[in-house]
Ligand binder design. Structure first.
Ligand code: FAD
Length: 509
């Protein structure tokens, strides 16, 4: 029997390894040729796999590390060496992946046994029992019943289920959710807490050089500083808890010019590779609260992301695929503007966010949601192309997590779990960042050559999708503002929105 570890299943204490003494790791390259992945994403995955290989060998496992074009090629070699071998594998979360792997193995005369994915706390059966008991389907347009998924209810259930931040049956601090305290912007003299850098060793450098030589990539390879080992990921966790967790809560939604991380944890790449488990990350944050080293609004805010959103997205994805990936409630089909690829724009917020992705394969949540997705949504870009862009551009992107975030939260291509689109005018960026003060565009203007492009696009979006959105939960207030606009104002808005779109399309925004 051999344990087959996929490249994002690298936790050295994963239960899939229990009782095993032989491990198979396959470094396949064909997938990396399909998209212009960020070199830091490819470098991270391959370097983490190579380090895991060495660590497993040091721990006494016999490791077959196979480099091949495809999984199929590597499995040919594996079964030539070990005819009829039985493989054990953690069930991958990407849609259809387990079935594809089973076919590959069985067609080569082997067998495969899948075990539960311990990179998550909530198993599929538990989620399904809760969801199907809790929400049996709500009527939708056309009388069709479909699942709707609600994060807040799931999150509270998970708090109780995992006994996290609970005081008996009540939430610690008396509130389930400190969202209201998570919307501050730092004062001008705020110094952001330090961000750790994980210097590359020879193996990582060699891997990054190979990646940049071998593949057509998008993004900067130099400056790579992501944890590629379990030890570095644990250091990253400690560093976050000590230095940035205290400010995580208040400044969770803020953006500051020249700062890519603020107080965010930067742990998603490690969590999604399996270098860290969600349980230990949550425990570390809760422990900081117990030690009075971090306030409840920071710890709860962080726990909500890991115990709530991360787990929730995995299950919503599982339950809504394959329809999810093809859906768009708003039928948008424009190509993503070139600024997403070349970063050329005078819009300071977009310039900063695209730059962060290009430089590091990372942008924090609010840049992803309220800048990168907001602009693409309002512009009318095809959500599927945006999903692809996120997928190849981010170090933490995997189909199970990127797809529901982009198509649900980011673009309202589906309403499976959000009741309204997260769209806004320039006002939101102005409130939550210091970008607008130094921007070439005027955030207070909606029309005219200098007007912030977000503004006309926003009203035009509401106008354009009125039929679909006016009746949608919580959109009433926005439509009441739109209703107050005169015909002349609306026509100027439409004209400005058309100009913004054509300038963006031509790379002149
Ligand atoms: P923090 O802000 O410090 O949050 C802590 C942790 O909570 C994260 O590390 C992550 O594991 C988890 N988390 C928070 N929000 C989410 C969420 N919505 N879904 C899943 N996990 C969450 N996250 C990814 O891991 N991979 C992606 O490809 C991805 N794509 C996204 C695309 C869009 C359009 C949006 C709006 C969000 C996306 N997210 C994705 C979610 C979130 O933005 C990132 O997890 C987070 O920004 C990662 O940075 P961090 O580790 O510093 O997170």
């Amino acid at each position: 029997m051999t344990v087959w570890l996929l490249g994002d299943q690298l936790h050295p204490e994963s239960h899939v390894l229990d009782g095993a003494d032989r491990v198979l790791l396959i470094e396949a390259t064909a997938f990396a040729e399909r998209k212009p992945y960020h070199p830091q994403k490819l470098g991270l995955v391959f370097a983490a796999m190579r380090h895991a290989r060495d660590a497993l060998r040091d721990a006494g496992y016999e490791v077959d590390y196979r480099r091949a074009e495809t999984f199929g090629d590597a499995l040919d070699a594996h079964f030539d060496a070990r005819p009829g071998d039985d493989l054990r594998l953690m069930r991958p979360p990407s849609h259809g992946a387990a079935e594809r792997l089973r076919t590959l193995v069985e067609s080569r005369g082997g067998s495969v046994a899948f075990v539960a994915d311990d990179r998550f706390l909530c198993p599929p059966e538990a989620f399904d029992a809760w969801q199907d008991g809790e929400a049996s389907g709500t009527p939708r347009e056309g009388g069709e019943a479909a699942d709707t998924f609600r994060h807040e209810a799931f999150y509270r259930w998970m708090r109780r289920r995992e006994d996290v931040l609970m005081d008996g049956d009540d939430p610690v601090g008396g509130q389930w959710n400190y969202d209201e305290s998570n919307r501050e912007t730092p004062p001008a003299d705020w110094s952001p807490p330090p961000v750790p850098r994980f210097e590359s060793d020879d193996l990582t450098r060699e891997t990054l050089d190979w990646v940049t030589d071998r593949f057509d990539t998008w993004g900067e390879a130099t400056g790579f500083a992501w944890p590629v080992t379990r030890a570095a990921a644990l250091d990253a966790l400690d560093h976050f808890v000590e230095h940035r967790l205290p400010a995580f809560g208040p400044y969770q939604d803020a953006m500051v010019d020249g700062e890519f991380a603020l107080a965010h944890s930067l742990l998603s790449s490690s969590l999604n590779l399996g270098l860290l488990g969600p349980g230990e990350v949550i425990d570390a944050a809760v422990d900081a609260h117990r030690r009075d080293a971090a306030p409840v609004e920071s710890v709860e805010g962080f726990v909500r992301q890991v115990l709530g959103w991360r787990e929730f997205m995995r299950h919503v994805y599982r339950r809504t695929m394959p329809d999810l990936v093809e859906s768009d409630l708003l039928s948008r089909s424009r190509d993503l503007p070139p600024l997403y690829y070349d970063g050329e724009t005078e819009m300071r917020c977009l310039d900063a966010a695209v730059g962060h992705v290009y430089d590091r394969g990372y942008a924090h949540h609010i840049e992803r949601l309220m800048v990168l997705s907001n602009f693409a949504s309002l512009y009318g870009a095809d959500p599927r192309e945006l999903n692809e862009w996120f997928h190849f551009g981010f170090v933490d992107a995997y189909h199970w997590v990127t797809t529901p975030n982009v198509l649900g939260m980011g673009t309202f291509a589906t309403d499976a779990f959000t009741s309204k689109p997260y769209v806004s005018s320039g006002n939101y960026v102005d409130r939550m960042s210091d970008h607008c003060a130094g921007c070439a565009y005027d955030v207070d203007a909606t029309t005219g050559a200098d007007a912030c492009p977000f503004n006309a696009l926003y009203w035009d979006f509401l106008d354009d999708h009125e039929e679909r959105l006016r009746g949608t939960g919580r959109m009433g207030l926005m439509y009441s503002h739109l209703d107050r606009k005169s015909d002349a104002e609306l026509s100027a808005i439409r004209e400005r929105a058309a100009t913004v779109r054509s300038r963006a399309r031509d790379g002149r925004l």
